[in-house]
Design a protein around this ligand. Structure first.
Ligand SMILES: CC(=O)[C@@H](O)[C@H](O)COP(=O)(O)O
Ligand SMILES: NCC(=O)COP(=O)(O)O
Length: 246
């Protein structure tokens, strides 16, 4: 069975827009878990525009209390700065069940590529070993077509297939090639002993097609589309409730 980890970055982004407490990231996490989600993901950025270090610690505690997986995403090579202690240091504090390493540049709008394992393998060994020593399962963000055997060689447990290009192709109506690339990469990863997660721009529109073509995906982390869909789904009843108050 594929497990769903809900990424709450967008809840934190909206909260930060006003500087108050709402929408409350912990309340949102509880709602997702009450609805049956298998875990919670956040991808705090060094600029703290989404989830902050205090959110990470609070979510880690909640997930431990609820016995569900906490997945923390980030770039282990991004330098620490005020409010962001660095990814490995944050994992040392929060002890997520899974640490997903993503090679985002500082200030990048969103994730748009996986690791180049031929280039990055040597530098990945140390953070992967440090995170595993903390008890985290380690997953590496990987493009479809990446040399995933090298991800196994650096000591990772899983890859997370970057599904953005698939989602774009699906929206254009020609996803078959992207799906074949994802399926082939997932197969190679499993042959190398890695588990396979997937994420980025997955949605109610494209998820079933993805999972049908790429069997054996252990976990999908979904945030942006899920929050957008929740807004659309919630607008009508909410406006009606306001009208009743007039
Ligand atoms: C690795 C990945 O794809 C997600 O963590 C994604 O980057 C989250 O998206 P936002 O940071 O844009 O919410
Ligand atoms: N790892 C992907 C993730 O957490 C969520 O990505 P998105 O659904 O916000 O694009």
């Amino acid at each position: 069975m594929t497990r769903l980890s809900v990424n709450l970055n967008k809840i934190a982004l909206l909260r930060n827009a006003r500087g108050g407490r709402d929408p409350d990231v912990l309340q949102a996490a509880r709602a997702c878990l009450d609805a049956g989600a298998h875990g919670i993901t956040v991808h705090p950025r060094p600029d703290a525009r989404h989830a902050r270090a205090d959110d990470v610690l609070a979510l880690a505690t909640l997930c431990r209390e609820r016995g569900v997986e906490f997945n923390l995403e980030g770039n282990p090579f991004a330098p620490a700065r005020p409010g962001y202690p660095g990814f490995v240091a944050l994992c040392r504090q929060a002890r997520p069940d899974q640490a997903t390493l993503v090679p985002d540049a500082d200030g990048q709008l969103t994730s748009d590529h996986g690791f180049d394992f031929a280039r990055d393998a040597a530098v990945l060994r140390q953070p992967v070993a440090a995170l595993r020593a903390l008890g985290c399962r380690v997953s590496l963000f990987a493009d479809a077509g990446a040399d995933v055997a090298q991800a196994a060689a650096v000591g990772a447990d899983r890859i997370e297939l970057y599904t953005g290009p698939f989602a774009e192709a699906h929206a254009r109506g020609d996803a078959s090639e992207a799906l074949e690339r994802c399926a082939a990469t997932a197969r190679l990863a499993r042959e190398a002993g890695l588990g396979v997660n997937a994420g980025h721009d997955l949605s109610q529109q494209n998820l079933a097609a993805f999972l049908a073509a790429v069997p054996g995906v252990l976990e999908v982390s979904i945030g942006h589309a899920l929050v957008v869909e929740a807004l659309y789904g919630g607008l009508v009843p909410t406006v009606r409730r306001y009208l009743e108050l007039l």
